[in-house]
Design a protein around this ligand. Structure first.
Ligand code: CP
Length: 322
């Protein structure tokens, strides 16, 4: 029961420049040139959203459905704002208030949404691979807004874009990703994205929260927080994903904080000023203290701001390609 996709007739193509992919399913699938194109396009959109009139007509007559099967604040609002800034028509679908609760399948749900002349699907789902699965079974452009512990491509793009904004380039920068790597889609997408852009990547956390395969991805592995902080230019702090843990991976949150919490005292003991990042949501007082999260070294809210421009770029480029 597949319908032909609604034509994206009004979307203007940049001559000679387009993404190598039809969907954004993961950073693993895209090229460094794709990432540079997304960043260059985001530069343009960032200047647009800082103008008094923040809207452009780029996706007029394009309809986008945001279908979220998991909770979200930043990603859902950021995609919706990006879509509205591009003049797209926007539908928001929350699984908890839908007929999924009556047993409807994912494919049937999405095909019914597409039958109403929807052009693009932005999906968050708890199952790794759900977006890839959907892309093979429905006739639409799919954007992954986070699939379980697998990938969160737009988060990684906005993180790398924020590093580029801070330092001028990602190439050669040393980035430490610290915390619950095992359950983090942000970590995996960041590793792929930063490596494609020429950064050095380290992961740091308790051995039980670092997957056994992680060394095979070409990252440095460190169990000592102070050594990671001493090495890096920027530290991307991840929260402990309690909702994905069915067993205990460490004795207590208090012990985790004592060993891996980023405090002002730890930062001040370094002989340089590193940049502090966090994808959110923050668990203040666990992986990071409030004074560090809110300090002048933190670019956490810059990351959030950049998310809108990055998502505008991704949606625009995918629509233009298709
Ligand atoms: N960073 C991020 O994905 O946040 P949300 O879960 O609030 O979307």
């Amino acid at each position: 029961m597949q319908k032909e996709p609604h034509r994206l007739a009004g979307v203007k193509k940049e001559r000679g420049k387009s993404l190598s992919v039809k969907h954004l399913l993961g950073i693993k699938d895209i090229t460094p040139a794709d990432i540079e194109l997304i960043f260059a396009t985001a530069d343009t959109f960032k200047s647009v959203i800082n103008r008094p009139i923040k809207k452009v007509p780029s996706l007029r007559d394009v309809t986008i459905a945001n279908i979220f099967f998991e909770n979200s604040t930043r990603t859902r609002i950021s995609f919706e704002l990006a879509e509205r800034r591009l003049s797209a028509d926007v539908l928001n679908f929350s699984a908890s208030a839908s007929s999924v609760k009556k047993g409807e399948t994912l494919i049937d749900t999405v095909n019914n949404i597409l039958a109403m002349k929807v052009d693009m699907i932005v999906m968050r789902h708890s199952s790794p691979g759900a977006c890839s699965f959907l892309s093979k079974h429905v006739n639409s452009i799919i954007v992954n807004a986070g699939d379980g512990t697998h990938e969160h491509p737009t988060q990684a793009l906005l993180d790398a874009y924020s590093i580029r904004e801070k330092y001028g380039s990602v190439r050669g920068k040393k980035i430490a990703i610290i915390g619950d790597i095992m359950h983090s889609r942000v970590a995996l997408s960041n590793i792929f994205c930063l490596q494609k852009l020429g950064a050095e990547v380290m992961v740091c956390g308790p051995p039980t929260l670092l997957p056994k395969y992680i060394g095979q991805l070409g990252v440095k592995v460190e169990f000592d927080l102070m050594k990671a902080l001493t090495w890096c230019d920027a530290a991307n702090m991840l929260r402990i994903q309690m909702e994905r843990q069915d067993i205990k991976y460490f004795p207590s949150l208090r012990e985790y904080t004592m060993l891996y919490g980023l405090t002002r005292q730890r930062l001040d003991s370094l002989d340089k000023k590193i940049t502090i990042m966090h994808p959110g949501p923050i668990n203040r007082g666990v992986e990071i203290t409030s004074d560090v999260a809110d300090s002048e070294q933190s670019i956490i809210l810059d990351q959030v701001e950049n998310g809108v421009a990055i998502r505008m770029a991704v949606l625009y480029l995918l629509a233009a390609k298709n």
